[in-house]
Each structure stands twice: as structure tokens, then as C-alpha cells.
Design a protein around this ligand. Sequence first.
Ligand SMILES: Nc1ncnc2c1ncn2[C@@H]1O[C@H](COP(=O)(O)OP(=O)(O)O)[C@@H](O)[C@H]1O
Ligand SMILES: [Mg+2]
Length: 244
Amino acid sequence: MAEKKSGPVIELKGVKKVYQMGEVQVQALKGVDLAINKGEFVAIIGHSGSGKSTLLNMVGSLDLPSSGRIWLNGVDIATLSESELAQTRGRTVGYIFQFFNLMSTLNALENVMLPLMFQGVPYGERKERAEKILKRLGMEDRMDHHPNELSGGEQQRVAIARALVVDPDVLLADEPTGNLDYKTGLEIIKLLKELHEEEKKTIIIVTHERFIAQQAKRIVQLQDGQVLSDGKASGVNFNHIKEK
Ligand SMILES: Nc1ncnc2c1ncn2[C@@H]1O[C@H](COP(=O)(O)OP(=O)(O)O)[C@@H](O)[C@H]1O
Ligand SMILES: [Mg+2]
């Protein structure tokens, strides 16, 4: 197994990401340093195309950098085999998407049970843990509903439950309210805040909405693939960010 160092739950050093588009190279990240400690609530903001989703994908090891180094819980991911990385990622990171990405053929309960199946958790325990987390998120009356029988806000709650059920160290969310109306978006961000405060979850949320970013304690602002600012939420100039 790879050597472990203590410190941040996720750390990036000099991370670059280049996408090859035919003859054209797109430099989506141009050397990013970022350290996320346990228990932080961080918002990543920036214009469309500034590299927010690419950065979140690097943070969650959904994709690998072109160069630079990434540590998950102190383990340099470059030292892991593909299956070791998949295992580590599965335990460390829960991912929430803008368009929920639920399985349409499975009901809410089955959707939430699914990640535990990949971890080899027995059926009874899968069901118990999925029911518990759905109840925690106020979805006890919707467990046998399929995604098309749920509202957008309810679908996102199921997606959050699916991300949480493996008890990950970090919850990553890419524009989780981007497909919801203002009121529902506010409910979802309140829920994430609650999970952060009551259950000490580490949360990293990508958003371009001011009312969402203002809930975070730390804001990382990206511009053109680089970190423009990184600090306390109170010090950020929100002028370019959409107000709903
Ligand atoms: N899979 C991809 N292939 C080619 N270019 C991509 C890909 N994903 C993103 N890009 C480009 O990388 C840049 C950053 O994209 P992205 O990280 O999605 O930005 P954001 O989430 O801030 O809108 C953009 O110029 C985008 O067009
Ligand atoms: Mg994006």
C-alpha cells in the first residue's frame, strides 16, 4: 500500500489539466494548489468555463490531472492502481451533480442502496443504512418512488442520500442547486449546511449563485484555470456573481 502522510483530507499541488480537442489544446487548469481540511465548508466560484467542474473532478479523483500531484487522505493517488483508486475514492468522496444522475429504473431506496452494493455490503445492512439516511433527509414517505415520480428538490435529496450513505470523508457538489428554483435551492443548501454543522461533514460546493456561495465559510475563486483568491467568505467581491 502507498505511503501515507497526515494533514488535509484532500491536497492538490501544481495541478494542470489539458483537454485535447482535435488539434486544439484547452488548458482547463493551469497549476492549482489547494488543501482542504476535515470539517471545512468551501465554495468554488468563478465564471462559466473557469475550470470549476474540472477542479472538482480532480478533487474527487473522477478524472486524473495532466500533471501535478493529488493526495486523498494523505495518499498520493499516482501511487495507486486503478482498482485501489476506485476503492479509495468510493470510501473518501460522495458526489452530487446538478442533474441528480439517479437511475430511472430504481426507486429512491434502491438508488441509495446502490453504492453500498459496490462496496460488498450485505443486503440487510444496505437497506437499513439507506432507509436511515433517507429518513434523515425527510424522504421517508418517498422511498418507493421512482425519480420521475419525485420533484427536483426530492430527487436532489435522494442524490444527497446516495452520496452520504457510504459515509464519505468529503461531500462534493457541482452546482447542486443549478437545476432547482430559488426556494428549493435554498432548502438544499440549508440541508448541506446542517450536515456540515451537525455531522461535521466536509463539503465542497461549486456554484455560480451568490446566495449559495455566501453560506460557505471559505470561498475559492477561479479565473481562467487558476485560483484568483482563496479565503474567508466575507472578503469576496461578489459583483460578477449572479443574484437570483
Ligand atoms: N471533456 C472536455 N473536453 C474538452 N474541453 C473541456 C472538457 N471539459 C471542460 N472543457 C473545457 O475546459 C474549460 C473548463 O471547463 P469546466 O471545468 O467545465 O468549467 P466550469 O465548470 O467553470 O464552467 C472550458 O474551456 C471547457 O470548455
Ligand atoms: Mg461546470
